[in-house]
Design a protein around this ligand. Structure first.
Ligand code: DX5
Ligand code: ZN
Length: 228
């Protein structure tokens, strides 16, 4: 029943001047998924990159491209992110009034559908769309920037999401301030996918990425009683 433990480095913390190289480096360093943070300067107070940049990264890894859309509206852009090579497309519950329709549209494009919850949004926001979900992304910082401190109340929300998702093949992902120090608590609360930006890219070399990913994996696996 346990979903596989996933470490998903966020490209937001990489060196944008060498994106292809950074994607290859985290791939070789043991990343399970590549987390892609898309920001529009409207839904969140920062701008990152769009579908063309994801398309340019796509040939550099075969791993799952996990696209986190922090944009509103999202519906007009879903097809572009699907065509760019996303495997999972996650939209925010707060991004628009028609979450159910957005999730249906992602599924209709043949992609896995996720919903993300801001720190102030209750777990119950997923209740009536649960049949359309492959993933729930619990934000443990306010979205928009890397390098922020983990908000501890996310742990309770992870437990609530886990209870709501019980018995379904839904990944529970946590994003923001994840480190090797708090990974065990996050996994013990019920998450199986850990996004990490600063905690993976610190050090700036492939060897550092490998050590950083492995430290997070070890902490997460330990909390599940598994070997890393
Ligand atoms: C925040 C993004 C995160 C961010 C995480 O809006 O969704 O994915 O890159 O960065 P860290 O791990 O540094 O908090
Ligand atoms: Zn993210």
């Amino acid at each position: 029943m346990l979903r596989p433990l996933v470490i998903a480095p966020s490209i937001l913390a990489s060196d944008f001047a060498k994106l292809g190289e950074e994607v290859r480096a985290i791939d070789r360093a043991g990343a399970d998924w590549v987390h892609l943070d898309v920001m529009d300067g409207h839904f969140v107070p920062n701008i990152s990159f769009g579908p063309d940049v994801i398309k340019a990264m796509r040939p550099h890894s075969q791993k799952v491209f996990d696209t986190h859309l922090m944009i509103a509206p999202c519906d007009p852009y879903l097809e572009a992110f699907a065509k760019a090579g996303s495997d999972i497309i996650t939209v925010h519950a707060e991004a628009g009034p028609h979450l159910h329709r957005s999730l249906q549209a992602i599924r209709a494009l043949g992609k896995k559908a996720g919903v993300s919850l801001n720190p102030a949004t209750p777990a119950s926001a997923i209740e009536h769309v649960i049949d359309l979900l492959d993933l729930v992304l619990v934000m443990s910082v306010n979205p928009g920037f890397g390098g922020q401190k983990f908000i501890a109340s996310a742990l309770d929300k992870i437990r609530n999401v886990r209870a709501l998702a019980a018995g379904r093949p839904i990944d529970i992902e946590v994003d923001g301030g994840v480190t090797a120090e708090n990974a065990a608590d996050i996994v013990a609360a019920g998450a199986n996918a850990l996004v990490a930006g600063s905690a993976v890219f610190k050090g700036g070399t492939e060897a550092a990425y490998q050590a950083n990913i492995s430290a997070i994996r070890q902490a997460g696996a330990g909390a599940r009683g598994e070997a890393a």
